[in-house]
Write a protein that binds this ligand. Structure first.
Ligand code: GDP
Length: 460
């Protein structure tokens, strides 16, 4: 990976659109020679004489052989995504043509790009900071309104701005302390220790808010973990399928056959829910199934939401009371969902409505009242928190750096409490500056960068 950095002078090339057949495909080059290399195989006009941000029609040729009719867009450094010379070639979207064009350009001196190398160059050339570069990847992978919003906010620099402001305040703080260090002989006190304490406490609160937003960020990025719990044949797979609208789980008439947990995601009202279809609450003597049941309890505890599903025709009040009791002990918000409304008796329904007025009655099989259920689901996850314009930490690397920042700030406070000498306080401050700098990339190492960008796809 370190070769990555020594070859920053190369011109790189990759397919920018997805693999496979499409109406058109875009092949992108970036680097000093992007325009010259393309010009050697492009016929129509001289690309080296064209202005930035212009598009040109012509043919790509391998010797006498025409490979394709193409459109070529030219971006001249520094006015491009990578800030280098960039050429985007739109070809017809056949994999044969794509391969031929890539080979042709590589023979002319371009090098196949490594994963994330375009975005990495954009970062190294100062197009944006590290947190923003990471947001490009999140944006490409965002699959719901909430995750899209969070990534967009981060890419536009909202998060970086907040981190930078924090750093500036800390730098100011550090300089006051260090100034004092220079004058210790004269015993001058530039910064009152009380003022310093107030400032550090303020910064600590900001850092802690960011840290606590990670739970929400994680849910936004990965979906709200939701468990469907209920005994065998309650209709869990049927419900999951009805929600997914396709046959992903295996529906079966034999009790207890849904042994493997199946995870699936569905988008409800702009929020992604990760559904975990489970094996049920029932105690069992079958060892294979018992494993499933234990796993179910664990999953229920780690879920943010539980749908407790029962068959109206096969469950009595005693059983429901007992299950509700168990679920209350787990402490995760849950919805009581009565299934098989289509073949139930009215007396039991009235009894239930009286005892548990918040029960949702559905027919998973007939897809009845699913909208009511979805509404209830959204109500319970408190949608508002997904819609705030506030900065939400979605990246575990940022979360780690923030956690370390918090520790160093706490050390600063302890130092102030214990009246340690200024040079120790200054050391702790510099440590927190270091961790904050890791987030936006003011502080980087080759390993860190290689690690981040290798998670991108080729062509990004
Ligand atoms: P699981 O073991 O909890 O996953 O239950 P399944 O989803 O496999 O469903 C068990 C049986 O109940 C299947 O035969 C389903 O077709 C049936 N079933 C599920 N939902 C309904 C419903 O709303 N009405 C009726 N009549 N049958 C249903």
């Amino acid at each position: 990976m370190s070769s990555h950095f020594s070859r920053i002078g190369d011109t790189i090339v990759a397919l920018a659109t997805p693999q496979g057949v499409g109406a058109i495909a875009v092949i992108r080059l970036s680097g000093k020679e992007a325009i010259q290399i393309t010009n050697r195989v492009f016929f129509g006009k001289n690309l080296e004489e064209q202005a930035s941000h212009t598009i040109h029609f012509g043919t790509l040729r391998d010797g006498d052989r025409v490979i394709d009719e193409v459109l070529v867009s030219v971006f001249i450094s520094p006015r491009s995504f990578t800030k280098e010379n960039v050429v985007e070639i739109s070809t017809h979207g056949s994999s044969y043509i794509i391969n031929q064009v890539l080979r042709l350009l590589i023979r002319q001196g371009a090098r196949p790009a490594e994963p994330g190398e375009f975005t990495q160059r954009a970062f190294l050339n100062g197009q944006f900071d590290l947190a923003q570069a990471e947001a490009v990847a999140d944006l490409i992978h965002s699959d719901s309104e909430a995750s899209h919003q969070a990534a967009l906010h981060q890419m536009r620099g909202g998060f970086s701005q907040e981190i930078r402001e924090l750093r500036e305040k800390l730098i100011h703080f550090a300089s006051m302390i260090e100034l004092e260090l220079d004058f210790t002989e004269e015993d001058v006190e530039f910064a009152s220790r009380d003022d310093l304490r107030v400032l550090v406490e303020k910064l600590l609160r900001v850092v802690e808010n960011l840290i606590s937003s990670f739970d929400l960020g994680n849910v936004i990025k990965n979906g709200v973990p939701t468990v469907i719990a209920g005994k065998p044949n309650a209709g869990k797979s049927t419900l999951l399928n009805a929600l997914l609208n396709e046959e992903r789980a295996i529906v079966s008439d034999i009790a207890g056959t849904t042994r493997d947990s199946i995870e699936d995601e569905i988008n409800i009202g702009g929020v992604m829910f990760r559904f975990i279809d489970t094996a049920g609450l029932r105690e069992t003597t079958d060892t294979v199934e018992a494993m499933g049941v234990n796993r179910t309890r664990e999953k229920m505890k780690s879920a943010s939401l539980i749908l407790y599903l029962f068959d109206l025709g096969d469950t009595d009040m005693v059983e429901i009371n007992r299950d509700v009791n168990k679920l209350e002990n787990i402490g995760v918000p849950f919805i009581k969902v009565a299934n098989k409304l289509d073949k139930s008796n009215n007396q039991f329904i009235s009894e239930l409505k009286e005892k548990y007025p918040d029960t949702i009655f559905i027919s998973a099989g007939k897809k009845e009242n699913l909208d009511v259920l979805k509404e209830k689901v959204l109500e319970l996850v408190n949608l508002d928190k997904f819609r705030t314009g506030n900065t939400v930490v979605t990246n575990i690397r940022h979360f780690d750096s923030l956690t370390r920042t918090r520790q160093s700030l706490l050390d600063v406070l302890t130092g102030l409490d214990e009246e340690v000498t200024n040079d120790f306080v200054a050391m702790d401050i510099r440590r927190s500056l270091h961790y904050l700098g890791e987030i936006t990339g003011e502080i980087t190492t080759d390993d860190l960068l290689a690690n981040i960008f290798s998670k991108f796809c080729i062509g990004k």
